[in-house]
Structure formats: structure tokens, C-alpha cells
Design a protein around this ligand. Structure first.
Ligand code: UFG
Length: 334
């Protein structure tokens, strides 16, 4: 939505293993409702590990005199828990997939890429606010794959004579939904993450939220994270593309967070207050692998990009809940 509002022409590639094709229908509806005329969104269903498939997408665009000028690469699996159980799947989809994409990009001389990386690559041996120069010490196969892809991108950049334009966006904790209530997330199965779990408790699907520990060294004893509204996250991609297009070729990594911390209890209280709903919870022991506090130092991103996150925790709770209320079963069943 953000890119189309900005006049970009898009080709969307998705295997749809974790997503619904209806999301793109909704994208079009949102823009129609705002009276924004857009060109056709080209959609290609396929897997990025399939070099022939990717090659055909690039070839078709070139033959149509619309060569692909940049890629935003989100394609990957993202569950820490699942990656521990099945690391080879994560290496295959995330790393082999990225490599196949990059080889085709190189062949077509498309050398601008915004990559969706994660704060998880910083590991768990620190506490508080993190800068980009912090050493990478991922603690899960998922984190390892994100760090490995950043390294591969760095090698592509170096071997080209520093000629690629690469931005690694290291996401902190994205939550919320499009403010229209028409686009949002609906994780398959039991959600691992706090926000979708809160939404399911609020909908009455689960009896209570389980808070993993209230004995952390934080103000109220519960874990503190840097939650960022998904619309601010989307805007950072648009800003990163603009930045790459308008500057010298470079390899840059940026923390995408708000720089503000919110505890589990604070998030729960805000959600209840803003949405006027009940959210019972119980306290259990700490979850393995969790850290007390994870907050972005976002000064570098603020200084480089024409971007600054503007949405509050209240906005995140309100928009996330609206999406859930309007789409209790996700896209398939409004
Ligand atoms: N939490 C609960 N109960 C739950 C789920 C989470 O109390 O049911 C707590 C956690 O202990 C933590 C906080 O809520 O203190 C946030 O947990 P999330 O699982 O929502 O998010 P994480 O910070 O653990 O992990 C997220 C992404 C990862 C990513 C990581 C770092 O899920 O993919 O941020 O970027 F790697």
C-alpha cells in the first residue's frame, strides 16, 4: 500500500505457504477507497528457491520494457521456535532462497535491494539499547540465517567493486495492522508472539495470556521490547528505497525500531484501556532464550533516512484490534 501510494510499479512474488492471495485484493480495495489510481499489481506465485521461476519474472519484466530496478526481499520463514526444530528447512528457504534471488538479480544487473533482517541477529548477551555496530551473535537457526544473508549480501557488494546498493533493515518487534482494518496478520496455529496471542485472548479464543516471568530486572518485572507499528515499518522500506536510489552505492544496516521500550504488562494495560476489553493473564516462569530488555538505538536510521516512526503503542493496539474484530478468522473469512 505504501509503495503504491508513492507511485511505484510492483511485481509481487509469494509462495503463499503462510499467506493469503486475498491480501493483494485488499490492497487494491484500500487504494480504491482512497481514490488512488494504481497500475495493475503483477502477482507471481512461486518459490524463491526456484531459480528458473525468478529468472522468468525478471525476463518477462525486461521483455515488457519494464526491467526490475530494485527488490524488497521479505521472503523467508520467521519462527525462532520452528527453526530450532527444523534448521535445515530454515537454511534452505532463507539462505538458499536468498542466494537464488541474488544470482538472478546480478544476472539482470538489478543491484538495489532492501533486505528484511532482524534484531534477533544481535543475540542475547546484552541488555538495553543496541547500536548497529554491536557484534552479531544470533542464538537460533532463524537468527543464523538472517545473519548469513547479511554476510552474503556484503560479499555480493564487495565482489561488485562496492557497486550494489544494499540496506539491511533490522526489525525490532512489529505489531499492529493497517488502520483500515483490512490488512493484518493471522498466524497459523498457536501464536508464539505476544501481540497476536493477546488478540486471541481478547477474542475469547484462549482463556488467558501467559506472561513469561515477572522477575526480570525491569521496572515491573516483565520483558521490555521495542514495539513498532507495521505502518511505520512499511514506511521505513519506502524511505530505504528512496535513500538507496539517491545516494552512492553502499552497504548499510539500520535498526528499525522506535527507541522506546514497553513491558508486557504495559502493553496489556494499554490494549485493555484503548479497546475496552478484558485480558486475563497468569504469570509463569521465564521463557527459554528471552532477554529482559531489547530496545533499538534508532539514531542511525533517523539520520540516514527521511523517516521517523510516528505511531504510538495506543495506535498499535487500536489498529491491531480493529483488524482482528473485522477479520476474526483472517483473510479467508471476513
Ligand atoms: N511474551 C509473553 N507471553 C507470550 C509471548 C511473549 O509474556 O505468550 C513476552 C516475551 O517473554 C517477551 C515479550 O513478550 O518478553 C515479547 O515476546 P515476542 O515473542 O512477541 O517477541 P520476541 O522479542 O521474543 O521475538 C521477536 C520475534 C523474533 C525476533 C525477535 C528479535 O518474534 O522473530 O523479536 O527481533 F527474532
Amino acid at each position: 500500500v505504501s509503495l503504491l501510494e508513492d507511485g511505484y510499479k510492483l511485481i509481487v512474488i509469494d509462495s503463499n505457504i503462510n499467506s493469503s492471495p486475498l491480501a493483494l485484493v485488499r490492497v487494491k480495495e484500500i487504494l480504491q477507497n482512497k481514490n488512488i489510481a494504481i497500475e495493475e499489481i503483477i502477482f507471481k506465485n512461486g518459490d524463491i528457491r526456484d531459480v528458473n521461476f525468478i529468472n522468468n519474472v525478471f525476463k518477462e519484466a525486461s521483455l515488457a520494457n519494464n526491467p526490475i530496478t530494485a527488490v524488497i526481499h521479505f521472503a523467508g520463514l520467521k519462527s525462532v521456535f520452528e527453526s530450532v526444530k527444523n534448521p535445515s528447512l530454515y537454511w534452505d528457504v532463507n539462505v538458499v532462497g536468498s542466494l537464488s534471488l541474488l544470482k538472478v538479480m546480478e544476472y539482470y544487473d538489478c543491484t538495489t535491494i532492501v533486505f528484511s533482517s532482524s534484531a534477533t541477529i544481535y543475540g542475547d548477551d546484552w541488555s538495553g539499547s543496541i547500536v548497529e555496530s554491536t557484534g552479531l551473535e544470533p542464538k537460533s537457526p532463524y537468527g543464523n540465517t538472517k545473519a548469513a544473508i547479511e554476510k552474503i549480501l556484503e560479499d555480493f557488494f564487495k565482489i561488485s567493486g562496492n557497486n550494489w546498493r544494499v540496506a539491511n533493515l533490522r526489525y525490532f518487534n512489529p505489531i499492529g495492522a493497517h488502520p483500515s482494518g483490512m490488512l493484518g496478520e493471522n498466524p497459523l496455529g498457536i501464536p508464539n508472539n505476544l501481540f497476536p496471542y493477546i488478540c486471541r485472548v481478547a477474542k475469547g479464543e484462549y482463556k488467558n495470556l501467559v506472561i513469561y516471568g515477572n522477575d526480570w530486572p525491569t521496572e515491573d518485572g516483565t520483558g521490555v521490547r521495542d514495539y513498532i507499528h507495521v505502518m511505520d515499518l512499511a514506511a521505513s522500506h519506502r524511505a530505504a528505497l528512496d535513500y538507496l536510489f539517491n545516494n552512492e552505492p553502499q552497504f548499510i544496516s539500520l535498526n528499525i525500531g522506535t527507541g522506546r521500550g514497553t513491558s508486557v504488562i504495559q502493553l496489556v494495560d494499554t490494549f485493555k484501556r484503548i479497546n475496552n476489553c478484558d485480558l486475563p493473564y497468569v504469570i509463569s516462569k521465564r521463557r527459554k532464550g528471552d532477554v529482559p530488555t531489547l530496545i533499538a538505538n534508532n539514531q542511525y536510521a533517523l539520520s540516514k533516512l527521511d523517516w521517523s516512526p510516528s505511531k504510538s503503542i495506543e495506535d498499535m493496539c487500536k489498529d491491531g484490534w480493529r483488524w482482528n474484530l473485522l477479520n476474526p478468522k483472517g483473510f479467508e473469512n471476513r
